[in-house]
Design a protein around this ligand. Sequence first.
Ligand code: ADP
Ligand code: MG
Length: 388
Amino acid sequence: MKKKLVKQVSTFFEGCFNAEPQHIFLSPGRINIIGEHVDYNDGFVLPAAINKYVCFAVSQNEGTQCSLVAKDLNDNYSFDLNDELKPVDKMWVNYFLGVLHQLKQRGNLKGFNIVFSSTIPMGSGLSSSAALECGFAYALNEIFELGLTKEEIALIGQKSEHTFVGVNCGIMDQFASVFGKKNCVIKLDCNTLDYEYHKADFKDYTLVLLDSKVKHTHLTSGYNVRRQEVEKGLAVIKENFPEVKTFRDCTEAQVEQVKQKLGDTIYRRCLFVVREIQRVLDAVDALEKSDFVKLGSLMLETHDGLSQNYEVSCEELDFLVDAVRNDKNVLGARMMGGGFGGCSINLVKKGTEDELIERVSREYKAKYHIALEAYKVKIAKGTSLYKK
Ligand code: ADP
Ligand code: MG
């Protein structure tokens, strides 16, 4: 799959620029095993890069002309390196310009030609956007020897999304795309960027993503409202327990004790956060012990918390999780990402994936008249130069 993508992109590059590309880079999408909506709540997350990639064919030139060709969109964009960079109407271009804007301040650049194409579905919550930003930053860092660290590349990707795209995302997506390691998950502290790799050998089990193909519009408003709710909640908790500085050092018992003061909604939001932070730690422990039954049940608990207490799921995602809840071949499932659409992530017995996908697709189609898409994913290494 990777080879085929590389071949297609290289061939396309030759067609566009009448020469072979000098370099090929691959930048992966990502999953998150557990730890949802805690990146901005002082928790840990447990993401991993996957074997779906944006592939970049890149050559530098001696001038200052830059060309970007988006093969999948059959679109392109050219500009001069000395142009003042501002967000443009073509949204995909902004991921690049936002990165370039920062890189121009970091070193001497020259013109370049790029063709890119991807196997990461766009807008399904697998972070095609982070793969794009970070892959581009990584490529320019290599060819122009800018000396950026991986952490800087991830931060540049995030900032590009904040400033040129207008999405106020956390750092998890970019970090996972750049720091991904084969068969390892990353336990990441989103506050400090401290991280640890943990082996993720699921033995007889494997990961399957079921893409609901829906994206409800209240994603952004829902996200902003949740952020305000937990901020208010934490303020009340801190007032009553001065020893608590962040959600990380708050216990479930403390949340219970101020239940009345929080009011029902904020109480449930805080309860979810405190429990989710603990679940990530328990999940790492379960992984270390190869206790996949435990890991699966934690994933289901996360889903139920996101659905009932944090209220960021939707009918379709609940349906996908309920459809596998009692399947003996599925140890766990949950909605993944910000919510209100996107994919569910499932821990499935190897060899039973197709049967599962076929059944759930049929049931989902009957109920919602939507063709489900399923992705069997493997945990792969982060953004890198592809050795030809
Ligand atoms: P996600 O990151 O979950 O896939 P986003 O909405 O954050 O979803 O990012 C998707 C956007 O990234 C697309 O709308 C497009 O602008 C850009 N993008 C992603 N993949 C590609 C691609 N293969 N070609 C062109 N643009 C892409
Ligand atoms: Mg994105």
